[in-house]
Design a protein around this ligand. Structure first.
Ligand SMILES: CCCCCCCCCCC/C=C/C(=O)SCCNC(=O)CCNC(=O)[C@H](O)C(C)(C)COP(=O)(O)OP(=O)(O)OC[C@H]1O[C@@H](n2cnc3c(N)ncnc32)[C@H](O)[C@@H]1OP(=O)(O)O
Length: 396
């Protein structure tokens, strides 16, 4: 990521961004590159600094790095601090982006900053999907699609290009979607994925989006988010079904222990490589997995990262039933539509009778797992694993 940002920043300095493609991506730049150098007043710059806080859509890490670099260049001039160590990957990415601006004059950096923010504000205003976080009722992006039909509310993870990896925004949106589904008039709620994967777990780029409070602050807010996310599954009042359409990794596997039914295609696999990632189990799996499959099978999965096939997961009790991939969707949805016609109140009450005795314990376990993970996220083992993945050196 640092490389991409660095290359982008170097191109920017060299003026190579005047090609039609790049002008389309950064329309406001055209002004700067084509006309006589327009000056950005200090007021314009301050306005842009305020505007950036009001952006309705997260512009992504590449753009944030670029904003950071331009801000530093505009206020302090060329990069003047020592290069961070290789393991300090977030500060190194920031340093790379700033350093790549070379001797770009402060005034030009200020202008570019103002132009970039103005292009971001324009695209953010035109996005119909985005609503302010505080009063967000619908998913904040199309990475999550929620539909309701035939008494079934279906929440679909929709980032097939990224194997449905869960961004921070998606955790928030799933929480909102579950809260809405718990109150709507559907009888059953389904979680599934679009594309060849069910979900590849936590999006590892979540680790790169560091707030001003630093990595500790990130780990703290990550642990709160994790806890809130898992709490929603613990408390969900209606039958909750996972339609596992392909491989599942990490947190998408662990929370299966909190679902009422798990249907899987025979193409699915179940993988919790926490030790490989320097992390530890979440989603209450430290309790639900030993309970479902016995402590030693749970240890193989959660400690040694053994990947289960769908049939193995079914034998262990994590999966309810496995279907041939060729008929998976048809068979599962016929089944679910039939179930959704059963009296909804009876189903809800029966679920609660089955699950309520454990709720308090599950909340305590969730809190403890989230605390432990907060520490793990700050460990060298975890940071090294994330750096390896992000620098394309490692895959599961
Ligand atoms: C402090 C931070 C807190 C943040 C918020 C906290 C919220 C709670 C967190 C709870 C803890 C959760 C833990 C987990 O889930 S651990 C599991 C994490 N997942 C992984 O490690 C999977 C990594 N991905 C892979 O190993 C492979 O991509 C995979 C085997 C899944 C598929 O390999 P394949 O070769 O078939 O496909 P590609 O690798 O080419 O993938 C296509 C593109 O998708 C990107 N991708 C896939 N998975 C992820 C992921 N998890 N995170 C980020 N990006 C992912 C991949 O990079 C490819 O992208 P490009 O096309 O751009 O290269």
């Amino acid at each position: 990521m640092a490389g991409v940002a660095g290359r982008l920043a170097r191109l920017w300095c060299s003026g190579a961004l005047s090609s039609p493609l790049q002008v389309t991506r950064f329309p406001a730049l055209q002004l700067h590159l084509c006309g006589p150098a327009m000056r950005a007043s200090q007021k314009d710059f301050e306005n842009a600094l305020n505007q950036v806080k009001l952006l309705k859509k997260d512009p992504g890490n590449e753009v944030k790095l670029k904003l950071y670099a331009l801000y530093k260049q505009a206020t302090e001039g060329p990069c003047n601090v020592p290069k961070p160590g290789v393991l300090d990957f977030i500060n190194k990415a920031k340093w790379d982006a700033w350093n790549a601006l070379g001797s770009l004059p402060k005034e030009t950096a200020r202008r570019n900053y103002v132009d970039l923010v103005s292009s971001l504000s324009a695209s953010s205003e035109s996005s119909i999907q985005v609503t302010p976080a505080a009063d967000r009722k619908q998913p904040g992006s199309d990475a999550l699609v929620v539909t309701s039909q035939d008494g079934i509310t279906t929440i679909t993870l929709n980032r097939p290009d990224k194997k449905n990896a869960l961004t921070t925004q998606m955790y928030h949106d799933i929480i909102l979607a579950l809260e809405a589904a718990s109150k709507d008039d559907s009888a059953i709620t389904v979680l599934t994925g679009n594309g060849d994967y069910y979900c590849s777990g936590n999006d590892l780029t979540n680790f790169t989006d560091i707030p001003p409070g630093g990595v500790e602050e990130k780990a703290r807010s990550g642990a709160v988010l994790l806890r809130d996310f898992v709490d929603c599954f613990i408390d969900f009042p209606k039958p909750l079904v996972a339609v596992v359409n392909g491989p599942a990794v990490g947190i998408s596997v662990t929370i299966l222990g909190l679902f009422d039914i798990v249907y899987a295609t025979d193409r699915a696999t179940f993988h919790t490589p926490f030790s490989h990632l320097g992390q530890s189990p979440e989603g209450c799996s430290s309790y639900t997995f030993p309970k479902i499959m016995g402590p030693s099978k749970a240890t193989e999965m959660l400690v040694f990262g053994k990947k289960l096939t769908a049939r193995e997961a079914c034998t262990q009790g994590l999966v309810t039933e496995v279907f041939p991939d060729s008929t998976f969707q048809k068979e599962v949805w016929v089944r679910l539509k039939a179930y959704s016609k059963l009296p909804p109140n009876a189903m809800r009450i029966s679920k609660q009778v089955i699950r309520n005795t454990e709720k308090e314990k599950l909340h305590a376990i969730n809190a403890e797992e989230s605390n432990v993970l907060r520490e793990r996220w700050l460990s060298d083992e975890c940071m090294n694993a994330v750096v390896s993945f992000l620098s394309k050196k490692a895959k599961l």
